[in-house]
Design a protein. Structure first.
Length: 229
């Protein structure tokens, strides 16, 4: 085990406890006590980020939105709040999971390990698929439409990956949520609707093709044909 974890929290006591725990578990650890310090240190390219939501000056939502432009690793929010609206804001900003304080260190460690295992499996893929004028590179997690790159958040790409790999198959929101967020997901399937809305907006900015079709009353399916609607 040699993965690097970045811990971002303004509570130094929590940082110290987590740093000791993860270093004893064999991880390399980088710490930051506020959002601006985190942005200065993000060039260390961590394999996973644990990010407190409620920080002064620059909160976790803002930090996540900023670093998502540069990293694709899992981002797990640490928060004292357990409100659905807050979680949807976090997922929309690019978070992959929510951990509610106070938390059990062993459970936190298990969630971190699960996300890293999933990340390692994804990095092992090396295939391209072509849909109409779209090219998806599953290894590099890149999408181009007509040669124009389309930047998706981590979860947005995960949804596209799920639907496109099973093109033509209908997935309801609950199944998409369970597959993409996994057992550690603690939000709502309504989050899927928001992510798909954003994906469609990014695709429609460069193409008339409707890649994600709504099957009313059932769910969504990938449309890789040349038909434009």
């Amino acid at each position: 085990m040699n993965e690097k974890i970045m811990l971002i929290d303004d509570e130094k006591g929590i940082i110290a406890v987590m740093k000791t725990y993860f270093e004893m578990s064999g991880y390399r650890v980088v710490t930051a006590c506020d959002g601006r310090e985190a942005l200065r240190k993000i060039s260390c390219m961590p394999d996973l980020v644990l990010l407190d939501v409620s920080m002064p000056d620059m909160d976790g939502i803002t930090v996540c939105q900023t670093i998502r432009e540069h990293i694709t690793c899992p981002v797990l929010f640490l928060t004292a709040r357990d409100e659905t609206a807050d979680k949807i804001r976090g997922f929309s900003a690019g978070a992959d999971d929510y951990i509610v304080k106070p938390f059990d260190l062993d459970e936190l460690g298990a969630r971190v390990a699960a996300h890293l295992r999933r990340e390692n499996r994804r990095q092992g893929k090396s295939s391209l698929r072509f849909f109409s004028n779209m090219v998806i590179d599953y290894a590099s997690r890149e999408i181009t439409i007509g040669g124009t790159p389309v930047t998706l958040s981590r979860k947005e790409f995960d949804i596209v990956e799920l639907l496109s790999v099973h093109a033509g198959q209908v997935f309801d929101r609950e199944r998409i949520y369970e597959t993409v967020w996994g057992l550690e997901g603690d939000g709502s399937s309504d989050t899927v609707m928001e992510h798909i809305r954003k994906i469609r907006a990014k695709f429609s900015a460069v193409s008339l093709h409707n890649y994600i079709e709504t099957v009313w009353g059932v769910g969504y399916r990938w449309n890789g044909s040349n038909k434009c609607v």
